[in-house]
Ligand binder design. Sequence first.
Ligand code: PLP
Length: 394
Amino acid sequence: MYTESLVKFGKVRSEIRDLFEYGMKRKAEIGEENVYDFSIGNPSVPTPQCVNDAIKELVDTSDSISLHGYTSAQGDAMVRKTMADHLNKKYGAKVSADNIYMTCGAAAALSIVMNACMQPGDECLVIKPYFPEYGVYIERSGAKVVEVDPEDKSLQIDIENVDKAINEKTKAIVINSPNNPSGVVYKKDKVEALCEILKKKEEEYGHPIFIITDEPYRELIYDDIELPYLINYYDNTFSCYSYSKALSMPGERIGYVVVSPKIANYEDAYAAVCGSGRALGYVCAPSLWQKVVAKCVDATADISIYKKNRDLFYNSLTEMGFECVYPDGAFYLFVKAMGEDSRAFSAKCKEHEILVVPADSFGMPGYVRVSYCVETKQIEDALPAFKAVAEEYK
Ligand code: PLP
C-alpha cells in the first residue's frame, strides 16, 4: 500500500538512536553521572557568541517580511555571495554565488546531490567506515551502494581498492573527511592519487565520475593538518557543507551545496541540483538561519575542548590496551572491539554503564564508535569503567 523501500527506512532502527534512548532511560534510573554516554554526535561546546549577536542584530534591524519571508529557492543571493567569497578567501576556490545552493544541513545537501546525479543502474562508492545515512540517500536515488575497504589500521583511502571497485556503472564516490565515525582526515597524497585514478577511469569509460564531499566536520581538525579542498583538486565535484558541527547548531538545519564551476556540463549540473531540491521539497532553506550564518562565516565553535577530550581519551584507552585509530578530526574515537564482536563488546561496555555504538552499521563490524563531544569530566569518570572492561578481556 505504501512505498516499500520507504517503509523499510522508516522501520529500520538506528543503533545510535536505540542506545541514546536507552541512555536517557538508564540515567533516569541510576542518575546522570553514573551513565557514561558516548553514543551520539551532538556538539557539546557552546554556539559561538557571534550567532547570538547575529540573531539579535537581524531581529532588531531587519523588517520582518524580508527576514522571515521566502528567499529564492536556491538561497538568498547575498548569502550565497558571502559563502562564495569565504570559500575563495579560505581555499582559493574560485567559485561564485551562482555555484551555491543553500540547504537544511548536510543531510539535505547530500540527498539533493545524490538524487541530482544518480539513477537506477548507477553505482556509488563509499569508503568504509561511512555514515549510514549515505545508504538511504543513494538507494533512494535508485543507485547501488558499493563499499570500499580502507587501508588497514590507518583507515586512509586505499587507492588500489578504489581502482578495483570502479566499473562502467560507477557514477560517484563519497568522501567524508574528517570522517564520521573514525575521525580520520584523508591525507593530501591519498586525495591526489584518488583524483588521478578517477580521471583515468572517466577517460576509460567516457563519462564523469563525481566526487561528492560530505564536510560537516571540515572545521574540526586539531593539529596542523592540511585538509585538501576537493573542488581545487577535481573538476567533477559536488561539495556538501553544514554548520551543524562547526557552529554547534545541528538543530537549526543550515548548510549548502557547492557545484564546482568546472564540473561537466555546468549549466545542467546546477539545474539538476535546483531540480532535485525542488523535487524533494528542499527549497528556500530557513531564511533567518541563512542570514545568521552569513554573518558568522568566519566563526567556529571553541573546539579546544574536543582536542583536550581527544588527547585524554586516546592516550588513556591506548594505555589500557585498547586499539584506537588516531583521530585527527571530528569528535569520534574508533576503537577495535575487544573479543572482535562489536555488538558483544558494546553489550559488555553497557554492563559497566558505558554506551558506545557498534560500528556494524558504519560498514565495519569489529569496531565501536565512541563520541567524545561530552564534558571532559564524563571521560575522566568513565576511565575506571573502561579499565574494568579491559580487565574482563584479559
Ligand atoms: N554527514 C555526516 C558524516 C554526519 O556525521 C552528519 C551528522 O551527524 C551529517 C552528514 C548530517 O549533518 P547535518 O546535521 O548537517 O544534516
